[in-house]
Design a binder for this molecule. Structure first.
Ligand code: PMV
Length: 324
């Protein structure tokens, strides 16, 4: 029996300029470019073992055997890798998240980035960073941003070859911390793959897309110049724009909980009183609160005391996906 195996680790990421909507659903070509920060310590570690003895792919996620949607999605993804490697071997995939299961955090970015690296390595495919990022994109769009390290931009491209992510600054470039306030531990009811399909039904999406190059420029410059005020303004605007599109699509998607909104107002208040903080929300109710490293302990402390906050996770800028 032959076993081809590899293990890889990849961090989750928080989008500062969000990806919402696809130009091509199958290829996961995004309607707009996006920028994110990798989250150190919030990772998926995935072991892939291709074995001739397996009659089908198997997925164990945080110790539990998965069937249904999660398995089907992984099998379709592994088919892409098998096609590149010209093999029909099935795989046993064992993946663990470092962050608490059920914390309501999107884990597909870390999961598909780790799976891309582990699966290709196991089959002896030597892909460079751009090629890996392109592959990870096919599993979950935002996963392409979890391949490079630090602060990352996804170049939307016009086709499969030109749509991948690059690092615009390494993790040590800027001492930022993301304090993630968990207000709702349940998985979201509409996942982002379904959400992307609805984006174009909002009359606001075209305006959001038309203005995206401007926001990308401002965000990229703010990162390169370590300008927190500029980053705060553009990050909050971008998050609000995406949620406005979500709330006005058909059917509408409301990811915020009342405690999410209470926190947004509170964070604006803290900033007006001199604390360098800003917020961003992905497709869920949990609030990512970015701050300078030297303010992070205070931010975490305040968040932990805030009504409705169940738990606070913290992450500095993280490195690239890597083996083991
Ligand atoms: O990669 P997906 O399909 O899970 O989409 C991610 C969507 C957001 O998290 C809401 C935004 C983003 O850019 O990460």
């Amino acid at each position: 029996m032959s076993i081809l195996t590899a293990t890889a680790t990849a961090n989750a990421n928080i989008a500062l300029i969000k990806y919402w909507g696809n130009r091509d659903d199958l290829l996961r070509l995004p309607s707009n470019g996006s920028i994110s920060m990798n989250l150190d310590g919030l990772f998926a570690r995935t072991r892939v073992a291709f074995q001739s003895s397996l009659s089908q792919d198997l997925l164990i996620l945080n110790g539990k055997k998965e069937t249904g949607k999660a398995l089907t999605r992984m099998v379709s993804f592994l088919d892409l890798v098998r096609c590149q490697a010209n093999t029909d071997l099935n795989a046993l995939v064992n993946s663990e998240n470092s962050f608490p299961t059920g914390a309501g955090l999107a884990s597909s970015a870390a999961a598909f980035a780790a799976l891309s690296l582990a699966a290709t390595h196991a089959l002896g495919l030597e892909l460079d960073e751009g090629e890996l990022s392109r592959l990870a994109r096919r599993g979950s769009g935002s996963a392409c941003r979890s391949i490079p390290g630090g602060f990352v931009e996804w170049l939307p491209g016009v086709d499969d070859r030109s749509s991948f992510a690059i690092s615009i600054a390494p993790p040590e470039h800027w001492d930022l911390v993301d304090c993630i306030a968990i207000v709702e531990p349940q998985p979201k009811t509409t996942d982002s793959t379904e959400g992307h399909h609805l984006a174009d039904t909002s009359p606001l999406q075209s305006a959001r897309l038309a203005d995206t190059p401007r926001r990308l420029d401002i965000c990229r410059q703010a990162i390169l110049k370590r300008d927190f005020d500029a980053l705060s303004a553009i990050t909050e605007l971008d998050s609000n724009l995406m949620h406005a599109v979500m709330m006005t699509s058909s059917p509408p998607l409301f990811y915020w909980q009342p405690s999410s909104l209470h926190l947004l107002k509170e964070i604006q208040d803290w900033r007006q009183h001199g604390l360098p903080v800003c917020y961003s929300l992905d497709a869920g109710p949990n609030v990512h609160v970015l701050s300078h490293g030297d303010a992070a302990a205070q931010v975490k402390d305040r968040l932990e005391k805030f009504p409705g906050v169940l738990q606070v996770l913290t992450a500095k800028p993280g490195g690239p996906a890597h083996l083991k």
